[in-house]
Ligand binder design. Structure first.
Ligand code: BGC
Ligand code: CA
Length: 290
């Protein structure tokens, strides 16, 4: 089995959502519980850290080169140059224990984002789709939303509730963003751990982090496990393919809820991990007005 190597410190409490920005040649990701956004330049090996006003559970690149952050209770545009924030909208004022979690942009430029109850046991999470700067409700009764991804042709959407453990596939209408024909893409017992963040490569295969198992799996479009990659820490939260040729697999991880013994046994818990892969990924879609 191939192995993921740690790239750099700092060790994140809850690293999430690695996103490769091909315009800047940098990887961005968030440390949700630390209210931090990190970026890494593989050419120089240097990283930068930005403070954000609240927990950023997910974020999107935009056509205008801002970032669209899904904070705990609001969506804000963030200009990295001026370090300014501009409110788009707020959500879930009546659910004080909810926060944003996984979020990704579909191939047409809509930003999808899920929410969860912080206890991660209570099904008050929802899935939303942000289009034309408006937040639309899509689904409720979610415990831990994860694995949002789209096939290269944009006609299949993937999603998982990590707590349930199955990864679902849907027929996706690129014109309207409607989903139909929910089916199990990968059953919960097919692999150890639980499904977390995902990305799709140019052959339509899914790379998915398995939280609790320290593995990242490559799954073919017909749901077969094609490759397994091992890591020396168990809580892997999300992955993406980036770098100048889109063949750099980056994986985020978390130190949350680990005992001091576990942290001693897994000194790289919370690091960003990397490995070269054979098949390139695709540029990350950007949020845009459609
Ligand atoms: C969430 C974590 C959660 C993990 C496993 C991640 O996407 O951010 O809070 O513990 O999934 O369910
Ligand atoms: Ca995740």
């Amino acid at each position: 089995m191939m192995a993921l190597e740690p790239v750099l410190q700092p060790l994140n409490e809850l690293g999430e959502i690695p996103v490769w920005c091909e315009r800047r040649g940098r990887l961005f990701w968030t440390d949700i519980r630390a209210c931090r956004l990190h970026s890494f330049d593989p050419d120089t090996g240097t990283a930068e850290t930005f403070k954000v006003p609240d927990w950023a559970g997910a974020f999107a690149l935009t056509e205008t080169d801002e970032l669209l952050l899904a904070l705990r209770k609001s969506l804000v545009f963030h200009d990295l140059q001026t370090e300014s924030f501009r409110l788009l909208d707020t959500f879930e004022p009546g659910l004080p224990n909810n926060r944003s979690n996984d979020g990704r942009v579909d191939r047409q430029g809509r930003f999808w984002v899920g929410t969860l109850n912080n206890a991660e046991r209570i099904p008050t999470g929802n899935l939303y789709c942000v289009a034309r700067d408006t937040i639309a409700f899509k689904r409720d009764v979610i415990i831990v939303p994860n694995a949002l991804a789209w096939s290269p042709d944009g006609q299949t959407m993937y999603f998982a509730d990590s707590w349930i453990g199955d990864i679902w596939a849907y027929d996706f209408d690129p014109g309207t963003g409607a989903t139909s024909n929910e089916r199990v893409f990968l059953a919960k017992d097919a692999l150890p751990g639980i499904p977390d963040g995902a990305t799709i490569d140019c052959q339509g295969c899914m790379w998915i982090a398995r939280y609790g198992a320290g593995q990242v799996a490559r799954i073919t479009p017909d749901g077969k496990v094609d490759q397994l990659v091992q890591c020396d820490t168990m809580q892997l939260t999300a992955c993406t393919l980036g770098g100048s040729d889109f063949r750099d697999l980056y994986v985020t991880s978390a130190r949350q809820r680990m005992s001091s013994e576990q942290l001693k046994a897994e000194p790289n818990a919370g690091a960003l991990f990397h490995m070269r892969v054979a098949t390139p990924g695709l540029p990350e879609p950007r949020y845009r007005m459609i």
